[in-house]
Write a protein that binds this ligand. Structure first.
Ligand SMILES: Cc1ncc(C[n+]2csc(CCOP(=O)(O)OP(=O)(O)O)c2C)c(N)n1
Ligand SMILES: [Mg+2]
Length: 392
C-alpha cells in the first residue's frame, strides 16, 4: 500500500463501524473509495474521493478506478462481480474481513487479514506513509464531481410523464441527515444506487444478496420500530406494491401512532410494468417487451393509502416532485407518493457491455412496441454523460 501509486479501496457493509479509519486510510494513501450496494451507508457520498456504488448498478468513477488502479484494499465486502474488480494480476491486493470464508474469494490478494475492520485499520494506519503525489486522488475527485453533475442532468431530462431518476434526485437534495432508506428490487434499486447522495447519518438497505421483490415497505417498517424517532423512506415498484406493499400499508396504519416521529414515506414508481425485468429481457435475451408477462393492472396507490387515513399524493408532473417531498417530510403522518414514472427510461449501467447493448438493439428490431420511446429516452439520458459540463 505504501508502494502503490493508484490505490483503490472497496468497502462493504462490514466497514460500517470503521468509517473513521477508512477515511484516514483514504486520505493518507490518496485513494478513492467505492462501495458495494449494502455498504452504501458505510461512508457518506459527500466526501470528494468516494466514487459511489460499484457494479452493474454502479457509477462510472468506480468502474474506472478499478480498471486503472495498481493496489486494491477491500474492507468488509464480499462484492461478487469480479468483472468490476481489477484484472487478475493488475493490482496488489490486501483484504480485511471478519469472516475467513470471504477472504481471497474474489481477488487473489497478497495479504489477507481476518479481523474486525476497525481494529485492523487502526493497527495498520501507523505504518502507512502519506502519499506526496496526490494526482491519482485528484483525478478521481474531478471525475466524481463531473459524475454527480451528469446524474443531476440525467434526472432533469424530460420524460413521459415523470423521469424516475428525478424522484430520487429531488430527494437527495432534501434528504434529512438521519433518514433511513430502503429500496425494493426493481428499477428503483438502480436509481437508489446511482442517484441518491447519502450524507450525515443516513442509513439505507435493500435485498442486496437475494434481490427478492417485496422488502421495500417492510424494511422501512422494521426501521421505524428500531428508531421510531427517525424518518423512513421506502422506494417500491408498483409490482412490489401489488405483491405485498399494499398489505403492508395496513401494518403502517396499525402502528404509526406509536412512533415518536410519524414520518414514513412510501414512494411508488407507478409505471404499470415489471420494468426491471422488461429491461433485463431486452438486455440479456434480446427479447422484445412481452406485455403478457410484464404489464400490471392499474391501481390507485395514493387512494388506497388515503382510505387507511394516511396522506396520499398523486403525481404526474415532474415539477411537483420536489414540493411533494417537502410536503411528505413535513407531514404529521405517513405518506404515499404515487408517481407516474416513465417505463422507457433505461436503467443503463455506466458501461453496459457491448453484448448487452447489442441484445437491446436486437429486441428493438424484433418489434418491441416501446422501441421508439425507449430509443428516444435512452439517447436523451445517455447523452448527458457526453455533453460539455459547467466549469468548476
Ligand atoms: C420474489 C421475486 N419475484 C420476481 C423477481 C424478479 N424481478 C426482479 S425485479 C422485477 C420487477 C419489479 O417490478 P416493479 O416492482 O413494478 O418495479 P419496476 O422495475 O417496475 O420499477 C421482477 C419480476 C424477484 N427479484 N423476486
Ligand atoms: Mg413497475
Amino acid at each position: 500500500m505504501n508502494e502503490g501509486s493508484k490505490v483503490a479501496i472497496l468497502i462493504g457493509q462490514g466497514a460500517r463501524g470503521a468509517a473513521a479509519q477508512v477515511r484516514e486510510v483514504a486520505e493518507l494513501l490518496g485513494a478513492g473509495v467505492a462501495k458495494a450496494l449494502l455498504g452504501k451507508d458505510s461512508l457518506p457520498d459527500d466526501l470528494p474521493y468516494v466514487t459511489g456504488s460499484i457494479g452493474l448498478l454502479g457509477t462510472r468513477p468506480s468502474y474506472e478506478m478499478m480498471r486503472d488502479c495498481d493496489t486494491l484494499l477491500t474492507v468488509g465486502s464480499s462484492f461478487p462481480y469480479t468483472q468490476f474488480l481489477p484484472e487478475p494480476g493488475q493490482a496488489r491486493g490486501v483484504q480485511i474481513d471478519i469472516d475467513p470464508k470471504m477472504i481471497g474469494l474474489r481477488y487473489s490478494n497478497e495479504f489477507n487479514i481476518v479481523a474486525d475492520a476497525g481494529n485492523a485499520l487502526r493497527a495498520l494506519i501507523p505504518h502507512l506513509e502519506r502519499k506526496q503525489d496526490r494526482s491519482w486522488q485528484e483525478g478521481l475527485e474531478s471525475s466524481i464531481s463531473r459524475w454527480w453533475e451528469t446524474m443531476h442532468d440525467e434526472a432533469m431530462v424530460s420524460a413521459d410523464p415523470v423521469n424516475p431518476m428525478r424522484l430520487f434526485a429531488e430527494l437527495s437534495s432534501r434528504l434529512p441527515e438521519n433518514a433511513m432508506l430502503s429500496a425494493d428490487s426493481g428499477s428503483s434499486a438502480n436509481w437508489y444506487a446511482r442517484q441518491l447522495k447519502f450524507r450525515g447519518e443516513v442509513r439505507g438497505s435493500l435485498s442486496g444478496n437475494l434481490a427478492t421483490m417485496g422488502p421495500g415497505v417492510p424494511y422501512a417498517i422494521g426501521a421505524k420500530f428500531a428508531h421510531p424517532g427517525r424518518p423512513a423512506i421506502a422506494f417500491a415498484g408498483d409490482g412490489a406494491m401489488q405483491m405485498n406493499g399494499l398489505a403492508e400499508l395496513i401494518t403502517i396504519k396499525h402502528y404509526w401512532r406509536e412512533w415518536s416521529d410519524p414520518r414514513l414515506v412510501v414512494a411508488v414508481l407507478h409505471n404499470n410494468d415489471l420494468n426491471q425485468v422488461t429491461w433485463e429481457m431486452r438486455a440479456m435475451g434480446g427479447v422484445p417487451a412481452f406485455r403478457e408477462s410484464q404489464a400490471l393492472p392499474d391501481v390507485d396507490y395514493a387512494g388506497f393509502a388515503e382510505s387507511l387515513g394516511l396522506q396520499g399524493i398523486h403525481m404526474d408532473n415532474p415539477d411537483d416532485v420536489g414540493p411533494a417531498w417537502e410536503k411528505a417530510l413535513a407531514a404529521d403522518r405517513p405518506t404515499l407518493l404515487d408517481v407516474r414514472t416513465d417505463p422507457d427510461i433505461p436503467p443503463i449501467p455506466p458501461h453496459a457491455t457491448l453484448e448487452q447493448a447489442r441484445k437491446t438493439a436486437e429486441a428493438m428490431v424484433k418489434g418491441d412496441d416501446s422501441a421508439w420511446g425507449v430509443v428516444k429516452e435512452g439517447v436523451k439520458t445517455k447523452i448527458q454523460e457526453f455533453l460539455p459540463h459547467k466549469e468548476g
